[in-house]
Design a protein around this ligand. Sequence first.
Ligand SMILES: [Mg+2]
Length: 128
Amino acid sequence: MEKLDKFDFNDKTILVVEDTETSIRFFDAALKRTNAKTLFAEDGDEAIKLFDENEIDLVLLDLNLFTTSGFDVLRHIRSKDNSTPVIVQTAYILSGEEQISREMGANDFMAKPIKLNSLLQSLNKFLQ
Ligand SMILES: [Mg+2]
């Protein structure tokens, strides 16, 4: 079994933008290990609303959303502030998506399936 690092983000709020049930369960289980407060949005409009109405410390952003593109959410976030870390994650890597994400201000980019330890280490890097 993979040896897992132990992190405690009990004073942090993470917004998870994700529309796929299995991925939602993965992030929910992963983030519960860290004691972070989590908010879940299943589409871009909900994500933008939650981002605007809460103090968010980090965003985990799926690019492939049903109603909106994750890029629209990223654009909105970066129009508001440059400091909130955004980790983009996607199941279908299209050519150039990582570069576009980073140019638009994403701090990290992860391909699904995401390894739990990789996720935890990326969160730790940006939440410190
Ligand atoms: Mg999706």
